[in-house]
Design a protein around this ligand. Structure first.
Ligand SMILES: Nc1nc2c(ncn2[C@@H]2O[C@H](COP(=O)(O)OP(=O)(O)O)[C@@H](O)[C@H]2O)c(=O)[nH]1
Ligand SMILES: [Mg+2]
Ligand SMILES: [Zn+2]
Length: 334
């Protein structure tokens, strides 16, 4: 038996077994028990996109020793109190926020996705899907560009191939895209066009499943081929990787206010004009936010989204502090 230490990328997670891309090979790995389960410290468990240190085993499953530091990540709230939140996807460069224009488009949803995307460490890009069903897109496009200044927006259709050519710039070796969006907006169909085959199940198939089985927990990273053939048989340049995941609903707002600031620049700007620097925008005199709400220059709905996201952020920070304290304690016990 020959063993070697290497760095691999996690491409899929199946219960306790991890699919790993090691150089040009696909191998499988399991977690080293002593490093992950018997550790007194809080450890990061691998997720799709993670770079991990592995002990390569030529005869069977390799051993995952450690998760390397992440450059970007989406976290999901852990239902069990006191346990760390779970990573959903990691190390992506672009976050494709997907919303289908026929049913799914809501300004507050877009603001929430944008905030989560900015905080993740990736760069948001907006994909308005199912453009073949869309009759009047001008109004929505105008709304999107006000809500997301400086963010690139594309209308795409996986049925006709519209919009894919403009996305060529994001398909590049060494770059990874993650899809963010509600179920049913066409994420898996999008991946299937890039891959040229039905790599991900789409909801058509799921609905046809007589047993009503749920395959929705499936997440995977794919290598995008160098050349992509669109439904109209035209060919565009591909490259890089894409992560499709169905579990992007309960994403947690991370620590730090960067994402909030970028999505709610207008509110931060107003708040800086309040008479008191610690104004809570309630009953304080000289409050610029309340004035703007009263005269209509600040949209009520936009303000409400901001408030609810801010609460979550405070919550995330409190959680983080509890975990940090726990970690400190466990270190001192050693
Ligand atoms: N008209 C139209 N329907 C689409 C398009 N992309 C996906 N769909 C349909 O939308 C449904 C959900 O697609 P799916 O890819 O499973 O969405 P996901 O849940 O985001 O992965 C399926 O019935 C698809 O056939 C598109 O570009 N145009
Ligand atoms: Mg899907
Ligand atoms: Zn104020």
């Amino acid at each position: 038996m020959k063993e070697m230490e290497n760095t691999a990328i996690v491409t899929a997670v199946h219960r306790d077994r991890y699919e790993l891309c090691l150089g040009a090979e696909i191998v499988y790995g399991r977690l080293k028990t002593a490093a992950f389960y018997n550790s007194r410290e809080i450890v990061m468990f691998p997720t799709v996109g993670d770079h991990v240190e592995v002990l390569r085993n030529a005869d069977g499953d390799s051993t995952i020793l450690k998760v390397k530091e992440r450059k970007s990540v989406f976290m999901r709230l852990n239902a069990t109190q006191g346990l760390p939140d779970q990573a959903v996807a990691a190390n992506f460069d672009y976050v494709f926020i997907t919303m289908s224009l026929n049913k799914d488009f809501h300004p507050s949803k877009l603001e929430r996705y944008l905030t989560v995307a900015w905080q993740s460490g990736g760069t948001p890009v907006i994909l308005l899907t199912k453009s073949d069903l869309m009759e009047d897109r001008e109004q929505v496009l105008a709304q999107v560009s006000t809500l997301a200044p400086g963010v690139d927006v594309y209308c795409v259709s996986s049925y006709t191939g519209e919009g894919f050519l403009q996305l060529e710039t994001y398909f590049a070796n060494g770059k990874t895209i993650v899809l963010l969006g509600s179920s049913g907006v066409g994420k898996s169909s999008f991946v299937n066009v890039l891959m040229g085959t039905e790599r991900m199940q789409t909801s058509d198939i799921r609905e046809a499943d007589a047993q009503g089985r749920h395959t929705t927990t499936y997440k995977q990273m794919f290598e995008i081929p160098d050349r992509i053939m669109l439904p109209d048989k035209s060919v565009i340049k591909g490259g890089g990787r894409i992560i499709d995941t169905p579990g992007m609903r309960k994403l947690v707002m991370g620590e730090g206010a960067d994402g909030m600031e970028l999505t709610f620049e207008d509110i931060e700007e107003l708040a800086s004009q309040c008479r008191f620097s610690d104004c809570r925008h309630q009953t304080e005199p000289g409050c610029a936010v309340r004035k703007a709400l009263e005269d209509g220059t600040l949209d009520q709905r936009h303000w409400k989204t901001y408030l609810s996201l801010q609460k979550e952020e405070a919550y995330a920070r409190a959680r983080q502090q509890v975990l940090a304290r726990k970690m400190e304690k466990s270190k001192r016990r050693r």
